[in-house]
Write a new protein. Sequence first.
Lengths: 441, 90
Amino acid sequence: MNLQNLIALLAESHGMSKRNAESFVKEFFLLIEEALEKDKYVKIKGLGAFKLIEVDSRESVNVNTGERFEIQGHTKISFTPDATLRDVINKPFSHFDTVVLNDDITLENTPLENGFADDLDDNEGIDTDPDSPKVEEEVVIQPQSPAIKEEQVNRLKEEAVGSDIIYMEARGDENKPEPTTELASESIRGQEQSATEKQEASPKIEPVTPIKPAVETIQAKKSQYVIDDQDGESDSAQYEYGGHRDSSAMKYFISIIVLVVLLCGGAIAFMYYPEISDDFMSKPVPKNIAKPVANKAPVKKTAQLDSMGSERGDSITRKVSEVSSKPPVVKERTVVLRKQEPALKAENKPVTSHVENNKVTGSEKSVNAKPSTLDPSQYKIAGTKTTYTIQRDESLTKVSLQFYGSKNLWTYIVKYNRDIIKDPDHVPYGTKIKIPELVQK
Amino acid sequence: MNNKEFTSELSRRLGYTTKDTSDIISALLTEITNQLSDGNAISAQGFGTFEVRKKAERISVNPVSKIRMLVPPKLVLSFKPSPGLKDKFK
């Protein structure tokens, strides 16, 4: 809002001509300047007081170079708002009162909203944020040890111009009379303040006193802020729960982290479980062979069936039947395997190696304990056994199984019927084929 | 210079009566107050700016009684002198 707008508003509201209003306003501020120069102090009712404050020179360090340099002694202009004006401006926060904190309540890192909260440690009221010009901290002057005193005074000097508004606080200690606190603060502020400030301070005590009885009552109740939620200030909500929320949030986080760690550990253990189960293989041997093998079986089977060239539909149906019948099959297998254990083991080994050559995996062999797994390379064709007509949804593997008791001898059928069977994958319904007689070598 | 002196001096310079000037002053200040309570800063060219600043809450301790107090957040009026003015008084 510029002065021009202000002038316009003034002219409008007061029925002055714009020129008059302009000259008035300009003269107004000019006079303040001059009076300040002359008297070092100007007080305007309804606005506040302008004061010239002498600042002594002090040593300081250049932040970039680190070299020491001297800040010259100078005069700065201070402004203290009038009581009424201050209250009007603080109206949104007017219902907050300063409250005594009990020991159990710890406010750590109340969230930063609009420069709202800073680190609220027990810092004895010392301004912990001297380097943010925007979020100014009002320094509470308290009678303290000389070291801290000096620090505070220095801070006062270093702060931006507008921020050395020293605000007298209502003390929690009702026993101490007002003059004592005033005197104490006066002694500290001696450098900065002139005698008039004391007088200035005393009228300020009055607005502070009404707060005091409120403080007392609140102290008696041991409650938090009296909050009148105006304009939906989110600050108010934080006051009530600020202290408690943080500690429980921490616990929450810790418990969540612990859970996550446990889950990860469990997952890792799971991954290692098959390996661990391998260790136990020596005892319940066949069971475990069947199990992990069975798990792999359906997957491998489909791949294998495809490679073998059987009809897709058949392989899928087979797989489905496999999966569904897995439990009984597994049982069967384990029973069978147990009985045939030594024999099967022996057979498995040579068979496996051959099987792999023919792109048929050992799992097939071990799985098909019942439909016998015969090695195709061990046979030779010795004439025709019989002729056979392919039926609906029948594949060569089925035929082979039917005649030889093993699926993987279909290759012989193909070989024998090379003229008839063009595509082993698709032997149409009704095709007459010759079933060769297979004799072991 | 207190308020009375200021008003009289201003009226003298402008040629209005004391009463008039005091009325106009109050009108002006009301205007300023309204603007500030809306949150708008007032900048007077060559003089400085008046702005509303928010002060965060904090914990202060009474060193004698060791009682911790929670000071609420507040809005304060701050004045920032313009460079010309600052230099003048340096």
